[in-house]
Design a protein around this ligand. Structure first.
Ligand SMILES: Cc1cc2nc3c(=O)[nH]c(=O)nc-3n(C[C@H](O)[C@H](O)[C@H](O)COP(=O)(O)OP(=O)(O)OC[C@H]3O[C@@H](n4cnc5c(N)ncnc54)[C@H](O)[C@@H]3O)c2cc1C
Length: 282
C-alpha cells in the first residue's frame, strides 16, 4: 500500500507542461520528503516518469497508464557548512530568494529559468556560458533501492549532458558550493540575468529545442535556413528566437514532433549540420 501523499488523478500533461500539450497519465504523486519519495519508488513496480516543472519535456498525445512522480513539493534548502543542500523540487525563484536572504551567490544565472533543481541537474542547464555543474559539489540520488552521493566527477557532466540521462537514477537533491556575497549584490546579479532574458519569446514553449552543434548556434542555423515562422498545425518556429517552438494554436505533440523533424531536415539540407534535440521526449 502506498503511504498517503498528495495524489493527482489523472495527471494532465497539457496542463502541467510549459509547452501545453499531451494526454493524461493515470496518476501523479507529489512526495514532500526524501523519505516519501524513496518509499514510493520502492513500492512502484516500474520506474515512474520523474518530473520537475516539465519545462524541457515533450509529452505524448496518447494517455498512459504510467505513474508520474513530481518533485515540486520537495522544496527544502539548508546550509551544510560552506555549501547549501537543495532538494530536487526547489525552483529557481525559491533559490534566488534564499540566496538573497543569506548573501550567497554564483548561481544567479538560474534566475528566470523555469526549472526545478532536479531538472537543471539532470539537464546540466545553464545560461550565458555558466552551467549548474560549475557549482555542484555532489548530487544525492536514489539508485536501485539505495541512497547514493555522487561527486561532481561521477555525474559525468559536460555540455547539456549528465550521467542521469543514461541511468534510472532519481535525483533527490544536491550540495552546491557557492560564493560569499551580499544580499544586495545577489539581488543585482539576479536582476542582471533576468534583464538579459527579456528578449526571449513569451508563450508556451520548452525553451531551446536543439543543442548548439560545435562551432554553431542552433538558432542562427535555423534562421539562416529561412525557417522562422514556419508552422505545422498549432506549432510555429518563433519569429523572435528560431531555436524556440511556440505552441500558439493548441498544438498536439505530433505537430511539434513534425516541426522538429522538418527543421532538422532543412538544416541538414541547407548547412550539412545535424541538429540534436536538447528537449526530452517522454
Ligand atoms: C521559457 C523557457 C526558458 C528556458 N531557458 C533555459 C535556459 O536559459 N537554460 C537552460 O538550460 N534551460 C532553459 N530552459 C529549459 C528548462 O527550463 C531546463 O532544461 C530545466 O532544467 C528543466 O527543469 P524542469 O524541472 O522543468 O525539468 P523537467 O522538464 O520536468 O524534466 C527534464 C528532464 O529531467 C528529468 N528529471 C527532472 N527531475 C528529475 C529528478 N529529480 N530525477 C531524475 N530525473 C529528473 C526528467 O525526467 C526529464 O528527462 C527553458 C525553458 C523554457 C520553457
Amino acid at each position: 500500500m502506498i503511504k498517503e501523499m498528495y495524489l493527482e488523478t489523472p495527471f494532465d500533461f497539457s496542463k502541467h507542461s510549459t509547452i501545453g500539450c499531451g494526454g493524461k497519465a493515470k496518476q501523479a504523486y507529489y512526495p514532500q520528503s526524501e523519505e516519501d519519495l524513496c518509499f514510493l519508488l520502492g513500492q512502484l513496480s516500474e520506474r515512474p516518469f520523474v518530473l520537475g516543472n516539465m519545462s524541457n519535456v515533450l509529452p505524448m498525445d496518447e494517455d498512459t497508464e504510467k505513474t508520474v512522480l513530481c518533485t515540486k513539493k520537495m522544496t527544502d534548502i539548508r546550509r551544510e557548512g560552506d555549501c547549501i543542500f537543495v532538494q530536487a523540487g526547489v525552483t529557481s525563484g525559491r533559490l534566488m530568494r534564499y540566496l538573497q536572504s543569506v548573501g550567497l551567490g554564483g548561481v544567479e544565472f538560474l534566475a528566470g529559468i523555469p526549472c526545478t533543481m532536479g531538472g537543471i541537474l539532470f539537464m546540466n542547464g545553464g545560461a550565458g556560458g555558466i552551467y549548474i555543474s560549475d557549482w555542484v559539489e555532489s548530487v544525492r540520488i536514489y539508485r536501485e533501492g539505495k541512497l547514493v552521493e555522487l561527486s561532481r566527477a561521477e555525474c559525468g557532466y559536460s555540455y547539456k549532458e549528465s550521467v542521469f540521462m543514461h541511468t534510472k537514477d532519481v535525483i533527490l537533491g544536491a550540495r552546491l558550493r557557492l560564493k560569499h556575497s551580499t544580499p544586495q549584490a545577489v539581488k543585482e546579479e539576479t536582476r542582471r540575468f533576468l534583464a538579459k532574458r527579456a528578449h526571449l519569446p513569451k508563450g508556451k514553449s520548452m525553451g531551446c529545442v536543439f543543442q548548439n552543434p560545435q562551432g554553431y548556434t542552433a538558432g542562427a542555423l535555423i534562421e539562416a535556413a529561412g525557417l522562422k515562422g514556419l508552422r505545422i498545425g498549432g506549432a510555429t518556429v518563433s519569429t523572435q528566437h528560431a531555436n524556440f517552438i511556440i505552441n500558439d494554436q493548441n498544438a498536439t505533440a505530433r505537430d511539434i514532433r513534425s516541426l522538429i523533424a522538418r527543421i532538422k531536415d532543412e538544416v541538414w539540407q541547407r548547412h550539412g549540420v545535424v541538429l540534436e534535440e536538447e528537449i526530452r521526449y517522454l
